[in-house]
Design a protein around this ligand. Structure first.
Ligand code: AHR
Length: 493
C-alpha cells in the first residue's frame, strides 16, 4: 500500500555465522541435471575438461559453490555405487525409474563426481542408498571413497585415484517417508540408527551423518527422528518446495499473472514458519544445537515446460524465482544458529536451476544472479535486522512487502540484502544503523520490466544485476528507494 518501511540493523549485537554451506547445490541424476548439463563426455563440439563442460564449471566456480549433494534425491535410494566404477563400457545401463524412465548409463559415477567437485572447488555431500541397498553396500562405498588402505582402496587406486577422497557429509538415505522406502517415522528412525552405525570415517577424518528428515510440515517426523535417532546424527534434513497450487505441480514457470506471482512468493515465505517449528522440536532434544537442520532441498517446482521430456523437471526461471531465492536466503539468516546447510534444487536444468543448457548453449538464470549477489553472505556474521514494512496484498495472498537480511562479511564490510515483493509499488526504506557508522554505500539491483522476465539462449541478459544508485547513507541512517519487484544488495563502508 505504498507506505514506507523502517528497519534497524543491530550491528552492535552480531548473531551467528551465516554458514557458507547454506549455498550448497543439489545435482541429481535427473533429466539433464548431470548428462548434458554438466557432463558431455567425449563430445568434441562442447569444450570440456575430463568430460565436464567448461562453460558451466566456470559459471559455478564464480558462485563459490561450497558443497555439492549427489547422486540424489530419489535416485540415491536406488543407486548402486559399484555400477558406476571401473571401465565405462562395462558399466551396466539401468533405467532411471523415477525420472522419465530413460536409460542411466552410469557414465558419471564416484570418480567422475569427485572430478566434478574438484573442478568446481566444492566439498562432497554423498547420499547413500538406504532404500534398496544394504548397510554393507553403504559401508563399502564409504570405505572405497575414504580409506587410505585395504582392498577397496587398492581398487580405487586401480580405477585411477590413489589418494582417498574427503567425504565430509554423508546422507543416510533420502525422503525415507516417500521414494526412499515409504517408511513410517518410527521405522525410519530405527533404519537410520542401523545404517548410520556402519558409516565410519577413517582415523583422523570426520563424516557428518545427515538423516533424511521431514517433508514440509511433517513435525511428527522431526519429533520421532530426534527422539529415537538423534544420538546417531549430526544433521537432520528438511525438504520444502515452493509450489503454487496443489501437488502435483501444474503451474507454468513463465505464463503467470500477478496472482501466480503472489501465490508463489507467499508459498516461499512459509519456509520461515516451517524452520521455526522444526527447530523448536529439535531444541527440545538438542538444546545445545549440535545437530544441524539441513534444508537440503528447496526451491520452486512448476509443471514441466511444454515440449520437454516428461519427468525431467525442466522449468524456466524468471524474476519471480529470483525473489523466491532472496526470500529464502534472508530467512536462513534468521535461523543461522540451527540451519548450517541448505541445498537449492537443483544445480543445472532441473527445477529452480542456476543454469540452463541446450546442447552447447548456456544461460544463467535470475536465481544464479541472486546467488552471486549474496556471495558476501558466505561465512559472514549475521547482523540482526528488524523490518517494519507495509503488506502487499493480491487476491487471497498477503505478505510483508520488503524482505531483508544483513551481514558483516569476511571482508569486514556490512552487506544488506533488500527485496521488494510488491510488483507494482516502489518502497522507501529507512534503515537505522545501530552501532555502525557508514560513509559510503554502493550496490547492485536485479529487476526487470515484467514479472515473468527470464533469460533465454537468444537473450541471456534480460535479467541480470546492474549498478544501483537508489541508496544513500549518512551517519547512522541508510535510505533506499526499492523499485517494485526487485532484489537489491548493498555494501556499506
Ligand atoms: O528434486 C527432485 C526430487 O524431489 C528429489 O529427487 C526428491 O528427493 C524430492 O522429492
Amino acid at each position: 500500500d505504498g507506505k514506507p518501511t523502517t528497519a534497524t540493523i543491530n550491528a552492535a549485537s552480531p548473531g551467528p555465522v551465516y554458514d557458507k554451506r547454506i549455498f550448497t547445490q543439489f545435482a541429481e541424476h535427473l533429466g539433464n541435471g548431470i548428462y548434458g548439463g554438466l557432463w558431455v563426455g567425449n563430445d568434441k563440439t562442447i569444450p570440456n575438461t575430463n568430460g565436464f563442460r567448461n562453460d558451466v564449471i566456470a559459471a559455478l566456480r564464480n558462485l563459490s559453490v561450497p558443497v555439492v549433494r549427489w547422486p540424489g534425491g530419489c535416485f540415491a535410494d536406488e543407486y548402486h555405487w559399484r555400477e558406476g566404477i571401473g571401465g565405462k563400457s562395462k558399466r551396466p545401463v539401468k533405467i532411471n525409474t523415477h525420472w522419465g524412465g530413460v536409460t542411466e548409463p552410469n557414465t558419471v559415477g564416484t570418480h567422475e563426481f569427485f572430478e566434478l567437485i574438484r573442478q568446481i572447488g566444492a566439498e562432497a555431500y554423498v547420499a547413500g542408498n538406504v532404500g534398496n541397498g544394504t548397510p554393507q553396500e553403504m559401508a563399502e562405498w564409504v570405505e572405497y571413497m575414504t580409506s587410505p588402505a585395504g582392498t577397496l582402496a587398492e581398487e580405487r587406486a586401480k580405477n585411477g585415484h590413489k589418494e582417498p577422497w574427503a567425504v565430509p557429509y554423508f546422507g543416510v538415505g533420502n525422503e525415507l517417508w516417500g521414494c526412499g522406502g515409504n517408511m513410517r517415522a518410527e521405522y525410519a528412525a530405527d533404519v537410520t540408527r542401523r545404517y548410520a552405525t556402519f558409516i565410519k570415517a577413517p582415523r583422523g577424518t570426520r563424516i557428518m551423518k545427515i538423516a533424511a528428515g521431514a517433508n514440509s510440515d511433517d513435525y511428527n517426523w522431526t519429533e520421532t527422528m530426534m527422539k529415537m535417532a538423534s544420538g546417531q546424527l549430526d544433521a537432520l534434513s528438511l525438504h520444502y518446495y515452493t509450489i503454487p497450487g496443489a501437488w502435483p505441480p501444474r503451474a507454468s514457470s513463465t505464463q503467470f499473472d500477478e496472482t501466480g506471482w503472489a501465490n508463489t512468493l507467499a508459498e516461499a515465505l512459509r519456509i520461515d514458519e516451517l524452520i521455526t517449528k522444526h527447530s523448536a522440536i529439535m531444541d527440545k532434544y538438542d538444546p545445545a544445537k549440535r545437530i544441524w537442520l539441513a534444508v537440503d532441498e528447496w526451491g520452486t517446482w512448476y509443471a514441466d515446460d511444454p515440449g520437454t521430456h516428461p519427468g525431467f523437471l525442466r522449468q524456466q526461471n524468471t524474476l519471480r524465482d529470483a525473489l523466491v531465492a532472496s526470500i529464502h536466503l534472508d530467512i536462513f539468516a534468521r535461523h543461522a544458529d540451527r540451519v548450517k546447510m541448505t541445498a537449492i534444487a537443483q544445480m543445472v536444468n532441473v527445477l529452480q536451476a542456476m543454469i540452463l543448457t541446450d546442447g552447447s548453449k548456456m544461460a544463467l538464470t535470475p536465481t544464479y544472479h541472486v546467488f552471486e549477489m549474496y556471495k558476501p553472505w558466505q561465512d559472514a556474521t549475521v547482523l540482526p535486522i528488524s523490518i517494519d514494512t507495509p503488506w502487499y496484498h493480491k487476491d487471497k495472498w498477503s505478505m510483508p512487502a520488503v524482505s531483508g537480511s544483513a551481514v558483516r562479511g569476511k571482508d569486514g564490510k556490512v552487506h544488506v540484502g533488500l527485496s521488494n515483493l510488491d510488483p507494482n509499488q516502489p518502497n522507501s526504506v529507512t534503515v537505522k544503523l545501530d552501532g555502525l557508522n557508514a560513509a559510503n554505500v554502493t550496490g547492485r539491483i536485479l529487476t526487470a520490466s515484467a514479472i515473468n522476465a527470464h533469460n533465454t539462449f537468444d537473450a541471456p541478459d534480460t535479467v541480470k544485476p546492474v549498478a544501483f544508485t537508489g541508496a544513500q547513507v549518512s551517519g547512522g541512517t541508510l535510505s533506499v528507494t526499492l523499485p517494485p519487484k526487485s532484489v537489491v544488495v548493498l555494501e556499506l563502508q
